[in-house]
Design a binder for this molecule. Structure first.
Ligand SMILES: *[C@@H]1O[C@H](CO)[C@@H](O)[C@H](O)[C@H]1NC(C)=O
Length: 519
């Protein structure tokens, strides 16, 4: 009896807790915000006692006994954000949303990552073992090959609100009648035209991905991961079998930031996990500025990808002049200190964004609307003015405007005037601040913090050996069966058969009667 109890206890204990796991975290995209998201994983998993190997273009050089960083900083040379030229965007010479070359950049980026000698070293070392691999998904599925090489569960991390290209990896496409693509910027409810646009987009992009892009990835998959599999004496599974085999997808999304999307069991929204709950106090110089301000602080930062210093001289002067007319203090994160600063404008080269947004005197955040800024703004409850420049920023800002806590201003030569109108509106109308506070309440009102949830689900996957119970049955059903096209074909065939039979009967009767006539 005691023996049985004991073994039961031992089994339960081994199920409910795992020893420190060895986890591979892969964020190869050379954008600062992607680096911040990756660091969030590293911080949380280390704090939970795990061993982390982190492939990153931004090695922190911080030493931690349980952390190994694999440096792929050469990826920074391939950054698509390097191609952004604010001058050309202002002159409308380039369309910042032209994504046709984007996919090729991503393939080059994957190639650069996995041929990097730092990555090769541990990829080709058969003694390296992992309990799970977490990969940032960014328009390429190639990194799934790591789970095949290390024969461990795969966890995707999707950086934006859920969209059909990622949900099809773990379940199926989202219905285009009420779910926008990640690039179109349409907001449901759609007009007829938008609904058709969304459908066309899924068909067209799906065709492009399946017939042009995935074959390229497949070739690269075999070239990059084949040798690593060979040194382990395993044969590489088919690319499509690995791509659609993830145990889980963690999403940088939450219903307070996006919409109430219908999601599979293997998708877990964890937006906000990257924000450290311990907000550091302001540094001395900023603290002084905040202490001396009575009316409120406007924080202006165009993010880390877009260098404000690329702005034309005239725009800088116009902006300074306009900021000088405001009755608030403007804190401008900028790479150069401008001459003739108005009394109420302060330029800082580096800014602790969370500490600034957390401060009760911050009344407005003027942002490019990047991946993290809109999350942070809801986290801290500050209304925004978005000046989108690139990629998902347009959608992020439009969504914030639609939710009612933001104004959008476009990057044009009249930006100073347009910005002033928006600033006056947001600072004089309390509905923006009220709305963002309301969303902030929804955002924070979760059973557990997103950071805890992240650790929980990663451990759950490891404990349950890949969490096959979360796997969506939709993955095994071909699209024509989901649409019952086989049934439709059967019914059609039946109808045709009946028609033929009836026709035969009718014709033969007719010929009999006509025969009778002649007789
Ligand atoms: C799919 O994932 C499961 C769980 O991690 C694993 O056991 C299986 O070998 C994987 N299959 C392929 C083809 O990668």
């Amino acid at each position: 009896m005691f023996g049985l109890k004991w073994s039961l206890f031992a089994t339960l204990a081994s199920l409910s807790c795992i020893d420190a796991a060895n986890i591979l975290v892969v964020f190869t995209f050379p954008g600062k915000s992607h680096g911040i998201l990756g660091e969030g994983y590293v911080r949380l998993l280390l704090a939970a006692g795990h061993q982390v190997t982190y492939i990153t273009p931004f090695p922190s050089k911080k030493s931690h006994p349980n952390l190994i960083e694999v440096d792929v900083s050469r990826n920074v040379d391939l950054s698509p954000t390097k191609l952004i030229d604010i001058g050309k965007i202002l002159d409308k010479e380039v369309d910042p949303n032209d994504m046709s070359s984007f996919t090729d950049i991503l393939l080059a980026l994957n190639n650069s990552t996995y041929t990097n000698e730092n990555v090769q070293k541990f990829l080709m070392d058969p003694s390296q073992k992992f309990d799970a691999v977490i990969v940032e998904w960014l328009f390429a599925d190639l990194s799934c090959g790591l789970s095949a090489v290390f024969n461990c569960p795969l966890i995707w991390f999707s950086t934006v609100e859920p969209h059909w290209i990622v949900t099809r990896l773990i379940d199926e496409r989202l219905n285009p009648a009420y779910n926008a693509d990640c690039m179109t910027g349409n907001l449901p409810p759609f007009t007829f035209k938008e609904r058709v646009h969304e459908l066309w987009n899924q068909i067209f992009i799906g065709f492009f991905l399946d017939y042009f892009y995935v074959p390229k990835e497949d070739k690269l998959y075999n070239a990059l991961f084949g040798p690593a599999a060979a040194v382990r004496g395993i044969s590489l599974p088919l690319y499509n079998d690995v791509r659609f085999n993830a145990s889980l997808m963690l999403g940088n999304s939450h219903v307070s930031l996006g919409q109430a999307t219908r999601l599979p069991q293997s998708y877990k929204p964890i937006a906000g996990y990257h924000i450290d709950p311990d907000v550091k106090p302001l540094p001395e110089d900023l603290k002084k500025i905040f202490d001396n301000e009575k009316r409120g602080i406007i924080y202006f930062s165009m993010g880390s990808n877009l260098k404000s210093k690329d702005l034309p001289e005239k725009l800088k002067k116009d902006l300074l002049k306009m900021f000088g007319t405001l009755k608030y203090t403007v804190l401008w994160k900028f790479e150069e200190i401008l001459p003739d600063l108005p009394r109420n404008v302060h330029i800082v080269k580096w800014a602790p964004q969370p500490s600034i947004l957390a401060h009760p005197k911050t009344i407005l955040f003027v942002t490019h609307g990047g991946l993290l800024s809109t999350t942070e703004t809801v986290h801290f409850g500050v209304p925004i003015i978005g000046i989108p420049v690139f990629a998902d920023q347009f959608n992020n800002v439009d969504r914030a405007v639609n939710k009612g806590f933001a104004k959008r201003v476009d990057l044009t030569y009249t930006i100073a005037d347009d910005l002033k109108v928006a600033i006056v509106e947001i600072t004089s109308n309390p509905r923006y601040a009220a709305k963002v506070k309301e969303l902030s309440l929804i955002y924070h009102d979760r059973p557990v913090s997103p950071g805890k949830e992240l650790v929980h689900w990663v451990e759950h996957v490891i404990k349950t050996k890949g969490a096959p119970h979360l796997r969506s049955p939709a993955l095994y059903v071909p699209w024509y069966q989901k649409m019952y096209l086989d049934l439709a074909a059967l019914l059609l065939a039946g109808l045709i058969a009946i028609k033929i039979v009836l026709k035969r009967l009718f014709c033969s009767k007719k010929s009999i009667t006509s025969e009778k006539k002649y007789n």
